[in-house]
Write a protein that binds this ligand. Structure first.
Ligand code: FAD
Ligand code: SF4
Length: 470
């Protein structure tokens, strides 16, 4: 193995596409580790007796054990260890906020940069995927079926676990492709859709029936699933796809999008491949994205790749309060996205045909902390100015869609729309109905949604065994 040129206290860098080049294409930004880079990084791990990193993993991946296998270049075994706890490792290796989870706890991080656990997970998962055929392990049929509402990470994880336990599982997905945010939200350059579809293919190998274009609460009701269609339980993983708006004048102008609509048109419906895909979207020349979370970075970087000459992130707080992953922010900066901190739109300006041409903005300063614990942004009097923009994308957060609870008697929700569910089991207020993921917590992360799907699968198994016997 070649000697590291830099010191042992920094992560082995992962090679990436050049920012100028990648700002014009949708190919994945980082290339992933080579074998040599993987070995160098794995060998930085101290193989701690009490691995602190594992405390930070929401799905309990045996991190030390899989890194130990990688040190010996036993990649197949490393991948099996990861998959014993995480059914979507190639996805998690790419999009999990490791810096706030496993890598935050890693002891090497106290002295230098923590072990790049996410990059190692990605290496093992990609390697295993390239090997192709996997043995499908399924228990004896249990003679019961379970319906899953929503084909995002929560629903897919619950479906996979239940199928492995021997249940007949049907996933009902409202869109024409399963994957949830992984398919319609996170762009190709961050998470290639072939990887998402490959993971979904494994569920089909487990005989999970995925029915697309079915909106539960409209096309079919939960009462029908339980009482007429023979399902013994239902898991609701319908996500939080209802966008929030600013509620200011001019928001109905043409050219003002919610990030959900903008990204769905571009990612799921491939508007970036127009005219090969016949999906219209106006990207515009000057684009403003309001918000500074992962969704905002994705929308901004997508707009840039679709030909915008200038993309501005407009955020009412400062960089310190930004919720996007540090890595996504750096990628956006490298690609030329401009950041307007402490700035808030107060009006969208439209021409005589209601097409957006600009935004009236106000500068902000930070005051006392608000309910979220973050400093409250306060407008600075007399600081208003106009920003030229022909497309504005609102990335202000999302809430659960009310379609399922409003059509399901006895399924109670919080005031903000989240389905009320027991944290330990996912049980809701309606017997036989379990829920988890963003539909319960509000917009969160892939790994937390997967964790909730896993917890609920175990609880559903117990519920069915208790109710119907072995
Ligand atoms: P979703 O992924 O939302 O899946 C829910 C599914 O249910 C959808 O497919 C929806 O169509 C379907 N559905 C809804 N209602 C019905 C119905 N009535 N009938 C049938 N189907 C229905 N998290 C990270 O960890 N890392 C990231 O980098 C990251 N980036 C993100 C970028 C964007 C643009 C967005 C929007 C989110 C991002 N997140 C990220 C958050 C993460 O994607 C979500 O927390 C996660 O996908 C939630 O999973 P879920 O299964 O609960 O819901
Ligand atoms: Fe390796 Fe860090 Fe985990 Fe220790 S805490 S086992 S050094 S990854």
């Amino acid at each position: 193995m070649a000697e590291r040129k830099d010191d042992q206290w920094t992560k082995v860098p992962m090679q990436e596409q050049d920012p100028k080049e990648r700002a014009k294409n949708f190919d994945e930004v980082p290339y992933g580790y080579t074998e040599e880079e993987m070995l160098q990084e794995a060998n930085r791990c101290l193989s701690c007796k009490v691995p602190q990193c594992e405390k930070g993993c929401p799905v309990d991946v045996p991190i030390k054990d899989f890194i130990d296998e990688l040190k010996e270049n036993n990649v197949a075994e490393a991948a099996n260890i990861i998959k014993s706890q995480n059914s979507l490792p190639a996805i998690c290796g790419r999009v999990c906020p490791q810096e706030e989870q496993c890598e935050l706890e890693c002891v090497v991080g106290k002295r230098g940069e923590p072990i790049a656990i996410g990059r190692l997970e990605r290496y093992a998962a990609d390697w295993a995927m390239q090997q192709g055929e996997e043995e499908v392990k399924r228990a004896e049929p249990r003679g019961h079926s379970v319906a899953v509402v929503g084909g995002g990470p929560a629903g897919l994880t619950a479906a996979g676990d239940l199928a492995r336990m021997g249940y007949d599982v049907t996933v009902y997905e409202g869109l024409h492709l399963a994957g949830g945010v992984l398919t319609y939200g996170i762009p190709e350059f961050r998470l290639p859709k072939a990887i998402v579809q490959e993971e979904i293919g494994k569920l089909r190998d487990l005989n999970v029936d995925i029915q697309t274009n079915v909106i539960v609460g409209k096309t079919v009701m939960i009462d029908e699933l339980l009482n007429e269609m023979g399902f013994s339980a239902v898991f609701v993983g319908a996500g939080a796809g209802l966008p929030m708006f600013v509620g200011i004048e001019g928001e109905n102008n043409l050219g003002v999008y919610s990030a959900n609509e903008f990204l769905t048109r571009l990612n799921l419906m491939k508007a970036y491949k127009f005219p090969e895909y016949d999906t219209p979207v106006k990207v515009g020349d000057k684009v403003a994205v309001i918000g500074a979370g992962n969704t905002a970075m994705d929308a901004a970087r997508t707009a840039l790749r679709c030909g915008a000459s200038e993309v501005n992130i407009v955020y009412r707080r400062s960089q310190k309060e930004m919720t996007a992953r540090e890595e996504e922010y750096h990628h956006a900066v490298e690609e030329g996205i401009k950041f307007n901190w402490l700035t808030n739109p107060v009006e969208f300006l439209g021409d005589e045909n209601n097409w957006l041409y600009g935004m009236r903005c106000v500068e902000m300063e930070l005051g006392e902390p608000d309910d979220s614990g973050r400093a409250r942004p306060v407008p600075i009097e007399g600081s208003e100015f106009e920003m030229e923009t022909d497309v504005a994308v609102l990335a202000l957060g999302t809430n659960p869609n009310p379609v399922v609870p409003s059509a399901t008697p006895g399924l109670e929700t919080e005031d903000w729309g989240g389905i009320i569910a027991d944290e330990e089991t996912g049980e809701t207020t309606r017997e036989g109905v379990f829920a988890g993921g963003d539909v319960v917590t509000g917009a969160a992360t892939v790994i937390l949604a997967m964790g909730a799907g896993k917890t609920a699968a175990t609880a559903i198994d117990e519920y069915i065994r208790d109710k119907y016997g072995e």
